[in-house]
Design a protein around this ligand. Structure first.
Ligand SMILES: NC(=O)c1ccc[n+]([C@@H]2O[C@H](COP(=O)([O-])OP(=O)(O)OC[C@H]3O[C@@H](n4cnc5c(N)ncnc54)[C@H](O)[C@@H]3O)[C@@H](O)[C@H]2O)c1
Length: 268
């Protein structure tokens, strides 16, 4: 249902790979709520071509950018403002990738070159995006930036590997940049810590099927879906959440505050 909550707002959405992607749902809902935006993803991810369907459906343009490349990000932020005809009001950072997790390297025996890639793609890319946006003064006052994260930044989930370190860094960048951008321009920056969700990135984590069932039983409301996560992102981009910044916001059906549930006890 549209209430035009984002009417007149302009943005950039990173990370829509296919229909399962959280960013895909955010794009659909942002369009439904009256926003205009540019879609972006790594050039290699675009070869699959699925993003074209989303661009057509949401009447948006696509600008390829490798989120680790300062040059690509500068081009993206400049061009997005040209296409949209003004400064941005929101950015979704929905990017994560670990070569160590993909290639099943144990956390205690990681490849350090790959580790750099994990951190660069999944966390430093947020810093680069914000730094370029700030230099270009590309975000309107009270603009909102949301990055997606996972509770492995706070607690150990063994199969999440070095992505846990990346998420900790992502959340720290959110706080630190949120301070500076808030003071200078009233731009707010938050992370949303989402339940395990069936997507390409999610399913890459070892034992994901069992884990998602465990999280379902450990969450009083059950696991939050990608659609529900998209709704929360829309709320965070809207003017109804103007004083929320530098926060890690749990969107997990209560998982993060639960010690144990009767469902889990019954299984023991
Ligand atoms: N799926 C889950 O269980 C879950 C839970 C909590 C948080 N998250 C986070 O949500 C975000 C979105 O993931 P998703 O689950 O929708 O999976 P997804 O695989 O659909 O999205 C990940 C995206 O990152 C993009 N990406 C990878 N390397 C890139 C690069 N160099 N430059 C630009 N883009 C690049 C991919 O192309 C893809 O679109 C990620 O940050 C992920 O860690 C996911």
């Amino acid at each position: 249902m549209s209430t035009d909550i984002l009417k007149g707002k302009k943005g950039i959405i990173f990370g829509a790979l296919n229909e399962m992607s959280i960013a895909w749902k955010v794009a659909q809902k942002a369009h439904e709520q009256g926003a205009q935006f540019v879609l972006t993803n790594a050039p290699i991810a675009m070869r699959m071509g699925e993003i074209n369907k989303l661009a057509e459906e949401t009447n948006s343009e696509i600008i390829p950018a490798d989120a680790t490349s300062v040059e690509d990000l500068e081009n993206l932020i400049t061009k997005a403002q040209e296409i949209l005809g003004g400064k941005l009001d929101f950015i979704l950072h929905s990017i994560g990738m670990s070569p160590n997790v993909r290639k099943k390297k144990h956390y205690t025996d990681i490849n350090y070159e790959w580790y750099k890639t994990t951190l660069d793609v999944s966390a430093t890319s947020l810093h680069k995006t914000l730094a370029i946006a700030k230099k270009q003064d590309a975000i309107n006052d009270w603009g909102s930036v949301v990055a997606l994260t996972y509770i492995a930044a706070q607690r150990i989930f063994p199969d999440y590997g070095d992505m846990a370190d990346a998420k900790s860094l992502l959340e720290s960048i959110t706080r630190s940049f949120g301070y500076h951008y808030g003071v200078d321009k009233k731009v707010r920056i938050n992370t949303i810590s989402q339940s395990p969700t069936v997507t390409t990135a999610g399913s890459g984590v070892g034992g994901f099927d069992k884990f998602i069932s465990y999280a379902e039983k450990m969450s009083p409301l059950g696991n939050a879906s990608a659609e529900a996560c998209a709704d929360y992102c829309i709320a965070m981009f809207s003017d109804l959440t103007k004083y929320v910044t530098m926060q890690n916001l749990y969107h997990d059906g209560g998982f993060s505050a639960t010690g144990v549930t009767n469902d889990i006890m019954d299984m023991m």
